[in-house]
Ligand binder design. Structure first.
Ligand code: C2E
Ligand code: MG
Ligand code: MG
Ligand code: MG
Length: 286
């Protein structure tokens, strides 16, 4: 069986030969209980329209408070959740929790706020994914037009080709598809023409070096203008400074997500952010 897996078997062998990583084992076994033990929670980071600084919505980001190791970064435990398949039940919990939470804010008087949820590659491979999303939308009575599903673009092209059908099925539910970390893969441009993409998020690494580098500014500018030509909205994430904000304003990026506005927030703090943001804004209804 190992031989049949072709090139993957090489990866398996080298991993087996590594010394046992105690932390990794703790994370693997801990993750199995994390959901049932209420150790997982979501934080939310605002997304703002760049032209009038109006809040458009937010991205849900997963956190895990391990009983002994403290809060673990998703960069560390999401890959483990993917390998073990635990991302499937966890992913359903994430979507349901995010939709329920947003539904609550809709009812509080902010009916146009959008919710963005990350989907992992492993979830996209799951045959039940489209049904799961449809069920959560139905159970939570959530308007699919206000749900953004973020898929990361850095996956292998074979995976992407395999997923085209799945992505079109998701689109049929009325949700929006967002290409996350855009620009990390080498075939980014061809995806944009083939996939039913509504939005793209410019990779943070381009943003981070926007003023330091002479190369990144033209890349960011042309990604944004190309997306615009294709009718795709653009979000710049990882914006930490006013300086970057004004560059992206010049480039006519649509939305901003970053520490310049807010770090990811616990739901109660997000609630305060929503209220205070709306109060601060002058009314511009006519
Ligand atoms: P992502 O989806 O690209 O999320 C953006 C990451 O950038 C988040 O890291 C966010 O906290 C961080 N960020 C936002 N603004 C700034 C900024 O101004 N400066 C800097 N330095 N960082 C900023 P986070 O929350 O650690 O998540 C990391 C990655 O883990 C995510 O990248 C996503 O790929 C994955 N992830 C997080 N939550 C979930 C989830 O619920 N499901 C899945 N499948 N993956 C998730
Ligand atoms: Mg994301
Ligand atoms: Mg990502
Ligand atoms: Mg991203």
């Amino acid at each position: 069986a190992v031989k049949d897996q072709g090139k993957n078997s090489i990866l398996c062998f080298s991993e087996v030969e590594k010394p046992v990583d105690v932390r990794r084992l703790m994370l693997e076994s801990g993750l199995r209980k994390a959901l049932a033990n209420n150790e997982l929670f979501l934080v939310y980071q605002p997304q703002m329209a760049i032209q009038n600084e109006d809040m458009t919505g937010m991205e849900a980001l997963l956190r895990w408070e391990h009983p002994e190791l403290g809060v673990i970064s998703p960069y560390e435990f999401i890959p483990i959740a993917e390998e073990s398949g635990l991302i499937v039940p966890i992913g359903e919990w994430i979507l349901r929790t995010a939709c329920l939470q947003m539904k609550h804010w809709h009812k509080q008087g902010y009916p146009s706020l959008r919710m963005a949820v990350n989907l992992s590659v492993r979830q996209l491979l799951e045959p039940q994914l489209v049904d799961m999303v449809a069920n959560v939308l139905k159970d939570t009575d959530f308007d699919p037009a206000l749900l953004d599903l973020e898929i990361t673009e850095s996956m292998k092209i074979e995976d992407m080709d395999h997923m085209f059908h799945k992505l079109f099925e998701l689109k049929k539910l009325g949700v929006n598809l967002v290409l996350d970390d855009f620009g990390t893969g080498y075939s980014s441009l061809s995806y944009l023409r083939k996939l039913p993409v509504d939005k793209l998020k410019v990779n943070q690494t381009f943003i981070r070096e926007l003023t330091l580098s002479t190369n990144h500014a033209p890349i960011v500018r042309s990604v944004i203008s190309m997306a615009k030509d294709l009718g795709i909205r653009t979000v710049a994430e990882g914006i930490e400074s006013k300086e970057h904000l004004s560059i992206l304003q010049q480039y006519q990026c649509d939305e901003i997500q970053g520490y310049v506005y807010s770090r990811p927030l616990l739901s109660k703090d997000m609630e305060t952010f929503i209220h205070s943001h709306k109060h601060k804004k002058p009314h511009h209804t006519k």
